[in-house]
Ligand binder design. Structure first.
Ligand code: ARG
Ligand code: ZN
Ligand code: CA
Length: 244
């Protein structure tokens, strides 16, 4: 009634080793983190600088509900970002009804890649969803990517968010309240950081989930990003099929 969309989630666990066959508790920790980050109830919202508090999304009104976990043993040792994990014909697991369920594939090693996602252009297709390497899924011991924010970031892409630097020097992410910045940021930058773009020096929003900083250094979406995600999941949007 308050317009919150609850997205049904299918977690496809593809494991070769027992460590890759992550526990139900680890899966639950990831769903809980997604709901906190998308609800604006993450403990570290208090770190948002006053300058950006007025444009912080707060509650995006998007939530996640674990519908089912599909587990499958595979002989694959290391995956590439080529969607092989999404097809049983290539030792992966086919998506479960991707037009109405958000599929996540949790895989073993991806050669250093934390995760990747499809954009809404792929809505409902066989490869639609997000892939995350097991050791970064949920609360893990893989610091500095140990807080489940790889999924927060990848789900942002699934819901039509671009990288905050627009994947180019001072490029656009099509969001007005994320200041234009020169490039991605890594690690744990100290606030403020300034970037010169088009002759204007701006304090950048490196603590946004759509930058590349450490899990502990990202803690906000902006109101403009919230609007993009809501448009995509609205009754007339490409991901309307996720609405129950
Ligand atoms: N490199 C990945 C991507 O571009 C994810 C980065 C996630 N960052 C993090 N702090 N977990 O989609
Ligand atoms: Zn990304
Ligand atoms: Ca922007």
């Amino acid at each position: 009634a308050d317009g919150t969309v609850e997205i049904p989630v299918v977690v496809n666990v593809l494991y070769r080793t027992s460590a890759e066959n992550i526990s139900d508790a680890q899966i639950a920790s990831q769903i809980a983190t997604l709901n906190k980050d998308y609800g604006g109830t993450n403990a570290d919202v208090t770190n948002i600088p006053a300058e950006f508090a007025s444009v912080a999304a707060g509650d995006t009104k998007i939530r996640f509900r674990l519908d089912r976990v599909v587990r499958k043993s595979t002989t694959v040792r290391s995956w590439r970002t080529n969607d092989a994990m999404k097809k049983s014909s290539s030792k992966g697991q086919d998506a479960y009804q991707p037009a109405s369920y958000f599929n996540i594939w949790v895989v073993g090693d991806m050669g250093g890649v934390l995760g990747y996602a499809t954009f809404p252009e792929s809505a409902g297709l066989w490869n639609d969803g997000v892939v995350i390497a097991a050791k970064y899924f949920g609360n893990t011991s893989s610091a500095p990517y140990n807080l489940g924010r790889t999924a927060t970031h990848e789900v942002g892409h699934y819901l039509n968010l671009r990288h905050i630097w627009g994947d180019g020097n001072c490029a656009t992410d099509y969001v007005d309240d994320t200041p234009t910045q020169q490039d991605k940021n890594f690690g744990k930058p100290t606030y403020p950081q300034y970037d010169l773009c088009g002759g204007v020096n701006r304090s950048i929003q490196f603590m946004n989930y759509m930058d590349y900083v450490d899990d502990a250094a990202m803690y906000m979406f902006s109101a403009g990003q919230k609007a993009r995600m809501q448009a995509i999941t609205s009754t007339s949007g490409p991901r309307a099929g996720l609405r129950v």
